[in-house]
Design a protein around this ligand. Structure first.
Ligand code: ADP
Ligand code: MG
Length: 255
């Protein structure tokens, strides 16, 4: 069953079609990647799926329901959670506090609860602290909980973003260029985390420019170029697809 179906998604910025009639399905449990050269329209596509941008045309359905017109927070509340191309951590908060912020959608509370701290709230805080530890350990950041987020090396900040996204208990996780700026070792650590997230049953859609990471982790790939989907298939099929080779080799980039 498809957990995510996009149909004829189109986004126009003035005269430019940043996305032009893009359709594909992502099966539940998949590890799917969207690739394409810089400026191809990958982030725009994620922005429409996650409710950050309204499509000019087309539709998005998630878990069998049309979410095209829902606001971002409603979409996240249903379990479609994204990360951003540029690191979006709370710089002055600690590693643990950044993860705790990710629990927002699954916790209850409010000002009165924060003031009076009823028993259920202390219980909730304990549960969050325990789960935060688990998530930090899952992404390999154990022992760093008290460190300010902006003191972490860049590669670890990206892992922290993944931990924070997991705190929101996604059914579908959208990762926008998580490996951008990472060295080979950091990319390998990230790939390992992505594979383990997926193995736990979370569907993952990855936008990447870095072919190495995509070819290693993705089991199905859609390729976009100048806003249009030009190919879809397994990594093997994509590697040898003539239009993909032309899109990548035609520019300054190599496969
Ligand atoms: N808010 C915007 N306003 C105008 N043009 C935009 C906006 N966002 C993206 N674009 C343009 O849309 C195209 C696709 O951008 P983007 O989706 O960021 O590509 P990618 O993520 O594949 O690098 C680019 O030409 C970009 O300049
Ligand atoms: Mg982008």
């Amino acid at each position: 069953m498809a957990i995510l179906s996009i149909r004829n998604l189109t986004k126009r910025f003035g005269g430019l079609a940043a996305n032009d009639d893009i359709s594909f399905d992502v099966e539940e449990g998949a590890l799917f990647a969207v690739i394409g050269p810089n400026g191809a329209g990958k982030t725009t596509l994620f922005n429409m799926i996650s409710g950050f941008l309204q499509p000019s045309a087309g539709s998005v359905s998630f878990a069998g329901q049309d979410i095209t017109d829902l606001p971002q927070h409603e979409i996240a509340a249903r379990g479609l959670v994204r990360t951003y191309q540029l690191v979006q951590l709370f710089k002055d908060l600690t590693v643990a506090e950044n993860v705790a912020a990710g629990f927002h959608r699954v916790t209850k509370g409010g000002v009165a609860a924060a003031l009076f701290r009823p028993g259920w709230m202390r219980e909730q805080e304990r549960a969050i602290a325990a789960r935060t530890d688990e998530l930090l350990s899952f992404v390999g950041l154990d022992g760093l909980d008290a460190v300010p987020a902006d003191k972490l090396p860049y590669g670890r900040q990206r892992l922290l973003e993944v931990a924070r996204a997991l705190a929101a208990q996604p059914k579908l996780l959208l990762l926008d260029e998580p490996a951008a700026g990472l060295n080979l070792q950091e990319t390998a650590a990230l790939a390992d985390v992505i594979e383990r997230v997926n193995a736990q049953g979370v569907t993952v859609v990855l936008v990447e420019h870095d072919m190495g990471l995509v070819m290693r982790v993705a089991r199905r790939i859609a390729v976009i170029d100048f806003g249009r989907k030009i190919a879809e298939g397994t990594p093997e099929e994509i590697k040898t697809h003539p239009d993909v080779l032309a899109a990548y080799l035609g520019g300054v980039e190599t496969v």
